[in-house]
Write a protein that binds this ligand. Structure first.
Ligand SMILES: Cc1cc2nc3c(=O)[nH]c(=O)nc-3n(C[C@H](O)[C@H](O)[C@H](O)COP(=O)(O)OP(=O)(O)OC[C@H]3O[C@@H](n4cnc5c(N)ncnc54)[C@H](O)[C@@H]3O)c2cc1C
Length: 286
């Protein structure tokens, strides 16, 4: 973990683009509540194949125009053409957006679109070729390995390819295994990967939803956590209290061991992130 301690700590929050005006209002309130954390950026997810293109752009532009916290749009390349990606990059440049999260994405099953990119390293290389050093590029990292990885070693080599293509930093898939992150960082050190790798943090507030996400993205819910969560049944207050304990403890250990910040998967809600932040005793502004 030593290599990560030299980077400044960066805290950030992630949102998904709301579906309607009501969702946009809710997200405005969430953003306002999270301002006191003074995050480095607010990131906004992007549906693979451009499925949320307009909603992502609208959310990103609104955050950027407010000018309180910089917007960091996610951009997925699967199913996209070079021309469409180029157009989005130029739009972001016009708005003064400097931070981007570059991803491959997953096409929804049944959706088959001819695209000009196969993997995220190609997107990173394309962004660099088109816009030079203009963007600060984040990529995805998987301490428990990507579910489609051929092997752990191969996944690490693929991760190195993305870094070599020009990434400045990485954000991890969420995880609850502290050791998986530490071992991942150690492996990156051995491969001379020298970028900050910020842990992605998923607060635990709803077991059914978490289990669904985890099955889809390959993030393991350790058996002891799963059993406890199941045992709470409809007792949401106890479940949230337990989740808060587990995730705060994870964050504390990560920061103590030198993780270069935390990236919160907020699910467009402020309270779970704020609760973890307060328990960690991190500074609040205003
Ligand atoms: C922080 C974060 C944010 C995310 N945001 C979004 C989002 O906004 N929208 C969305 O749709 N999804 C998002 N995802 C999910 C992500 O799109 C999926 O996990 C997707 O399956 C992989 O994307 P990637 O960029 O990691 O792909 P890649 O880096 O391309 O890796 C995907 C798989 O291919 C392998 N691989 C990589 N490069 C090569 C290569 N050159 N040749 C052969 N094999 C290779 C890898 O080992 C891995 O198994 C996010 C994930 C994270 C961790």
């Amino acid at each position: 973990m030593n290599s990560q301690t030299r980077f400044p700590k960066i805290f950030s929050c992630e949102f998904f683009p709301p579906h309607d005006a009501e969702g946009m209002d809710k997200l405005r309130r969430t953003r306002a509540e999270l301002l006191c954390l003074r995050p480095e950026f607010f990131s906004v997810t992007y549906g693979a194949g451009g499925s949320t293109r307009e909603r992502t752009l609208a959310t990103v532009m609104e955050i950027q125009e407010e000018a309180q916290v910089p917007a960091a749009p996610h951009l997925t390349c699967i199913g996209s053409s070079r021309d469409s990606i180029r157009a989005i990059l130029h739009r972001y440049q016009e708005q003064g957006i400097r931070h981007i999260v570059a991803l491959r994405g997953d096409l929804p099953s049944g959706m088959r679109v001819a695209g000009e990119f196969r993997h995220a390293n190609e997107l990173v290389a394309f962004i660099r070729a088109e816009t030079g050093d203009y963007f600060h590029i984040e990529i995805a990292a998987y301490p428990e390995f990507h579910p489609q990885a051929v092997s752990a070693g191969d996944d690490l080599e693929r991760f190195r390819l993305k870094v070599e293509a020009g990434a400045d930093g990485a954000i991890t898939q969420y995880f609850y295994n502290f050791d998986a992150y530490c071992r991942f960082i150690d492996s990156c050190e051995r491969l001379a990967i020298a970028i900050p790798i910020v842990p992605g943090i998923m607060p635990i507030t709803n077991f059914t939803q978490l289990a669904r996400f985890s099955d889809a993205c390959g993030a393991e819910i350790p058996r002891w956590i799963r059993s406890r969560l199941e045992s709470f049944g409809e007792d949401m207050a106890s479940l949230r209290e337990f989740g808060l304990d587990v995730v705060t403890d994870l964050c504390r250990r990560l920061l103590e061991q030198g993780a270069p910040g935390l990236h919160f998967y907020t699910m467009n809600r402020a309270a779970p992130t704020l609760a973890i932040w307060q328990r960690l005793g991190l500074p609040v502004v205003g």
